[in-house]
Design a protein around this ligand. Structure first.
Ligand SMILES: Nc1nc2c(ncn2[C@@H]2O[C@H](COP(=O)(O)OP(=O)(O)O)[C@@H](O)[C@H]2O)c(=O)[nH]1
Ligand SMILES: [Mg+2]
Length: 676
């Protein structure tokens, strides 16, 4: 019996991956009635978030048997913001099909997934979908896809068209001609002799392209001989498996055009699971080993870890990586069926592995999950501050977020100590919206999101000597404290310093710490509404009362001095400046210069990105307030490819209209807080 093979369907949003999976399943007989994305009846996209948006929000898994081979099909989301799911799925796939539209303007949006395939060393082929609606000339479409791919391609078929659309194809290897039949297998028809010259030319190009990877073919061509059909098939398959070349096919997923063609290409050309296992360092015949590529919390059935078996055979109830498997399931979309065993190559759902996360490798002979090969997840490029609709849910919210992060390592959260906000981080607006929807649908926690506050600070530019007194003498025990302080600015980054210069007991020693505490309390929120930093206080004089003075009186006297003195010291806003590194393909480097200066940034330099051919890394200082939506502009300038990391570097004075706006907004916020 053959081992289960695994194909991932990837490509831009809306290109037709979920439709192609549906066609695969119906062509192979795995489902009796073909559903559709439009009607919400496809096997893929069974998650509520996916159905409500009409887009794939997570990987869907389905099993099928085609001509005797078992396959696991992984339908990946296309949105750039959900790329982590696709990357995780690719890490266990033997091969990928990149589904693209026959559109010159849309081709570029496939670039990010092509990069992921290149980095992951995943052999892949292209399926140009929707040829029933093709409007752009095919040669231009091919050139645009090749640009996005950056790899040489092999056009395996010649498109036969009527005036409007593609109606069939000529296989450039066998020279057999097929005509599409809606919803059925294509019919072999007579060779279109009126197109012979064009077809001959395409075949020559195809063989020439192949000869770049094969000396045998090259020699034959140089001697004006035609290679044998079997040899062409074998060499083309070999070059694809070695990631040297990308074969291109076309068709229509919705109308079942060219679907069996791609299924057969997968059957003949995709590497066997052993090959991928060995490339990843697994021994197919070793101890039972699985790799988790997806984690799912379902509201009723609990946690499910999707895994591929890379070695040996696993059984229900067995312990893997220290956790006992509570069930093994084979999945097709939202449906699953329990099985007692799974063997090398299989893609299965494993029940209730509580300690296990996406990316973990689990071995029968090891007491804990192996996370050594696990990437930490794409770094965060977008964030929102979130608040639970119901205060009672505050604790539950963070536990549920932790679960969502187990599902999706490109998601994160942190409690910002400066702004006191709970910040959810991820890949973009849609990604974070989906996370909030999942909180609701899976855990019944509702939360709202808004743009996070920037942790501004303030400091002073001038100095003053200030007297402050707190006095209360109403009946009983009174209160009395009196201080004189020098308030002075200190160099940027040097923090706060308190000096006591009281001599001769003008204030008894035990009250001095209370003065400092009063200043610190005040400094938590200065005249502009932000924490005050980089200033010094020298306590020079004071008075006390033998009965009424106590610690509280001196603390309050210090606050009076600060409240009166600080505004006289020319307070100034400080904004946080981050050091950012922006990675983009070299063609886009000059555009990024404009982006940085447009956002009040300062370029520090750039260099070729190490290990990334054709990419630059640019370094710059950028105000944190300009980073919130940076990724949106960066992606639109770079075909979705650009990405960045940012880290706080220093504070810098902010003056003028921008500063006024920040202070006004803060005052507004405080008013709201008081009213709540
Ligand atoms: N005309 C045409 N539309 C298609 C074809 N395949 C998919 N679509 C439509 O394209 C849209 C996106 O399809 P879907 O499979 O969800 O794309 P995905 O985002 O790549 O999974 C849907 O409205 C489909 O009905 C096709 O072959 N021809
Ligand atoms: Mg989809």
């Amino acid at each position: 019996m053959n081992n289960t093979r695994c194909v991932a369907l990837v490509g831009p949003f809306l290109s037709g991956k979920t439709s192609l999976m549906e066609s695969f399943l119906s062509a192979s007989g795995a489902i009796k009635r073909k559903g559709s994305v439009k009607d919400g009846t496809s096997v893929g996209d069974s998650a509520v978030e996916a159905r409500s948006r009409n887009m794939s929000t997570e990987v869907s898994v389905a099993e099928m048997n085609y001509l005797g081979d078992d396959w696991a099909v992984l339908d990946c989301p296309g949105s750039i913001e959900l790329m982590q799911e696709a990357i995780n799925a690719l890490s266990v796939a033997d091969v990928a099909v990149v589904v693209v539209e026959p559109s010159v303007s849309r081709a570029a949006s496939a670039a990010p997934i092509f990069r992921a395939l290149e980095f992951g060393n995943v052999p892949h082929m292209v399926y140009i979908n929707k040829v029933d609606t093709v409007t752009d000339p095919m040669p231009e479409v091919l050139a645009a896809i090749r640009d996005a791919s950056g790899m040489p391609n092999l056009m395996r078929n010649f498109p036969v068209t009527n005036e409007e659309t593609v109606t069939g194809y000529v296989d450039l290897t066998s020279l057999r001609t097929y005509s599409y039949v809606e919803g059925q297998e294509s019919r072999e028809v007579e060779f279109p002799s009126q197109l012979k010259d064009e077809i001959d030319l395409s075949r020559e190009e195809f063989l020439e392209a192949l000869s770049n990877f094969d000396d045998g073919i090259l020699e034959l061509l140089l001697e004006d001989q035609v290679p044998k059909i079997e040899e062409i098939y074998a060499k083309a398959a070999g070059a694809m498996r070695d990631c040297q070349v990308v074969p291109y096919y076309f068709g229509s997923a919705e109308r079942n055009f060219g679907v069996r063609r791609i299924l057969k290409a997968l059957r003949h050309d995709a590497p066997e699971p052993e090959r991928r296992a060995e490339a990843l360092g697994f021994n197919p015949e070793g101890e039972p080993t699985v790799q988790v590529f997806k984690t799912l919390y379902a509201q009723h059935s609990g946690k499910l870890s999707y895994a591929r078996v890379w070695s040996g055979e696993i059984a229900d109830g067995q312990t893997l990586g220290g956790s006992r498997i509570s069930s093994i399931q084979l999945m097709t979309g939202g449906q699953s069926r329990k099985v007692s065993n799974a063997k090398f190559g299989d893609v299965v759902g494993l029940g209730r592995l509580e300690e296990v996360r996406t990316g973990h490798v689990l071995r029968a002979d090891s007491g804990e999950p192996d996370s050594s090969g696990t990437d930490s997840g794409l770094s965060a490029v977008y964030s929102v501050a979130i608040t639970p609709a119901d205060r009672k849910d505050e604790v539950k919210l963070t536990t549920c977020l932790q679960r969502l992060i187990e599902e999706d390592p490109s998601l994160g959260y942190n409690q910002n100590e400066d702004t006191h906000e709970l910040v959810l981080t991820g890949q973009g607006t849609v990604h974070l919206q989906i996370a909030l929807e999942k909180l609701k649908s899976k855990f019944n926690v509702e939360a709202s999101a808004r743009q996070p506050n920037v942790p501004y600070r303030e400091t002073i530019r001038g100095k003053v000597t200030q007297h402050g007194r707190f006095k209360r003498q109403t009946g009983g025990h009174g209160m009395f404290g009196d201080v004189t302080v020098d308030i002075v600015p200190r160099p940027r980054g040097s923090g706060f310093e308190f000096t006591n210069k009281i001599v001769g007991g003008a204030i008894p020693r035990q009250y001095i710490p209370a003065v400092e505490a009063g200043v610190r309390e005040f400094a938590a929120e200065g005249p502009l509404g932000f924490p005050v930093v980089d200033f010094g206080i020298t306590l020079t004089d004071g008075q006390f009362h033998s009965v009424d003075s106590n610690e509280m009186s001196f603390k309050l006297a210090a606050r009076v001095a600060m409240t009166d003195g600080m505004p006289k010291c020319s307070p100034v806003l400080l904004e946080p400046i981050d050091k950012v590194t922006i990675d983009v393909p070299t063609d886009h480097t000059s555009k990024v210069h404009g982006l940085i200066s447009g956002r009040r940034g300062q370029i520090l330099g750039y260099e070729a990105k190490e290990g990334w051919k054709g990419w630059d890394s640019l370094h710059a200082y950028l105000p944190e307030s300009e980073i919130h939506d940076l990724i949106i502009e960066l992606r639109s300038l770079t075909q979705g490819l650009g990405t960045f990391t940012a880290e706080f570097d220093h504070f810098q004075e902010l003056v003028g209209r921008q500063a006024d706006e920040v202070v006004a907004k803060r005052a507004e916020q405080k008013k709201e807080q008081r009213n709540n």
